[in-house]
Design a protein around this ligand. Structure first.
Ligand SMILES: C[S@@+](CC[C@H](N)C(=O)[O-])C[C@H]1O[C@@H](n2cnc3c(N)ncnc32)[C@H](O)[C@@H]1O
Length: 258
C-alpha cells in the first residue's frame, strides 16, 4: 500500500494536514503549502474554520438525535475527528470514514478508536464511486435510518459540476427522510474574499494533486436541491453557527432531507 504514496508531488490530504499544524506531511507538501499561502494568505484560516464548522455541525446534529455519520473525504486524523465530536454527545454514534489517499489509509487506525457503545469504520474509496461507498457504508450503518452525509472540502475535487451533483443525489437518495447533507467548498466569490483563491488554485493544479476547482454561490447551493437548508443557509463556513466570526473563502451549509 505504501508504494502508492508519492513524495515527489504534493497531496491534498498532507498539505491540509500541514495547514492545520499537523506532522503527517513531506517537504514537497510544505513547499507547495507555503506557495499557496503566498497567493492566498487566508488559506490556513480556511482549514481551521472548516474543522471548527465540522465540530459545530456534528455537535448539533448529534445533539438533535443523529446517530450515523458518513464522512467522505475525511482527511488525515487531527484533533476532534468526527467520531470524537459525535461520541462526546452520543457514545453510541456510528461513523464511516471514506478517503482515497493512501496516506490517510495508513493513518486510519487513529480514526478507529470508537467508544465501546458505538462503531467507527474506514473505507478506502473514491468519491466518484458513490455506489461503492454506499455498499461499504451499508455494512456498518443502517441506511433505513437517518444518516448525516459529510463532504467537507471534497466536492471541489470532482471537477465536473453535473457529476458532483449526481454524486450528491445518489448518496442522498440512499438515505431516508431526516438525513442531512453537510458541505463545505472553496469559492472565488468576492463576498467571501475568494479572489485570492484564483492564483492559488492555478498554482495548485500545476504542482499538486488532485486537481481542484472553485464554485459559485449558485453552484454550491444547487447541491442542496430537494433538501431544506438549515438556518443560516449558505454562508462562509466560519459563520455557520458563529455569526460574529470573520468570513473565509469557503462556503458551508447543512441541508435536511424532508
Ligand atoms: C481538503 S481535505 C478535507 C478533509 C476534511 N474533510 C476536513 O474538512 O478537514 C480533502 C480530503 O478529500 C480527500 N479526497 C480528495 N479527492 C477524493 C476522492 N476523489 N475520493 C475520496 N477522497 C478524496 C483528500 O485525500 C483529502 O483527505
Amino acid at each position: 500500500m505504501t508504494d502508492r504514496i508519492r513524495t515527489d508531488i504534493a497531496h491534498n490530504a498532507r498539505v491540509w494536514n500541514y495547514w492545520l499544524g499537523g506532522k503527517d506531511n513531506y517537504p514537497v507538501d510544505r513547499a507547495v503549502g507555503d506557495q499557496v499561502t503566498s497567493f492566498h494568505p487566508g488559506i490556513g484560516e480556511v482549514a481551521r474554520a472548516d474543522r471548527a464548522f465540522l465540530g459545530r455541525v456534528v455537535t448539533r446534529l448529534a445533539g438533535e438525535g443523529t446517530r450515523q455519520f458518513l464522512d467522505i473525504g475525511t482527511g488525515l486524523p487531527t484533533a476532534d475527528n468526527t467520531h470524537e465530536v459525535a461520541q462526546r454527545v452520543a457514545p453510541d454514534a456510528r461513523i464511516v470514514y471514506v478517503d482515497n489517499d493512501p496516506i490517510v489509509l495508513t493513518h486510519a487506525r487513529a480514526l478507529l478508536t470508537s467508544a465501546p457503545e458505538g462503531v467507527t469504520e474506514y473505507v478506502d474509496a473514491d468519491a466518484h464511486d458513490p455506489e461503492k461507498i454506499l455498499a461499504a457504508a451499508g455494512e456498518v450503518l443502517d441506511l433505513g435510518r437517518p444518516v448525516a452525509v459529510l463532504m467537507l472540502g471534497i466536492l471541489n475535487f470532482v471537477l465536473d459540476t453535473d457529476e458532483a451533483r449526481g454524486i450528491v443525489r445518489t448518496l442522498m437518495a440512499a438515505v431516508p427522510s431526516g438525513s442531512h447533507l453537510v458541505l463545505t467548498h472553496p469559492t472565488l466569490e468576492p463576498e467571501l474574499g475568494g479572489e485570492g483563491n484564483e492564483a492559488a488554485m492555478a498554482f495548485w493544479n500545476e504542482n499538486a494533486t488532485p486537481p481542484i476547482t472553485a464554485r459559485t454561490r449558485e453552484e454550491f447551493t444547487s447541491f442542496f436541491e430537494g433538501l431544506d437548508l438549515l438556518a443560516p443557509g449558505v454562508v462562509s463556513c466560519s459563520r455557520w453557527g458563529a455569526p460574529e466570526a470573520a468570513a473565509v473563502a469557503q462556503f458551508g451549509a447543512v441541508g435536511r432531507k424532508p
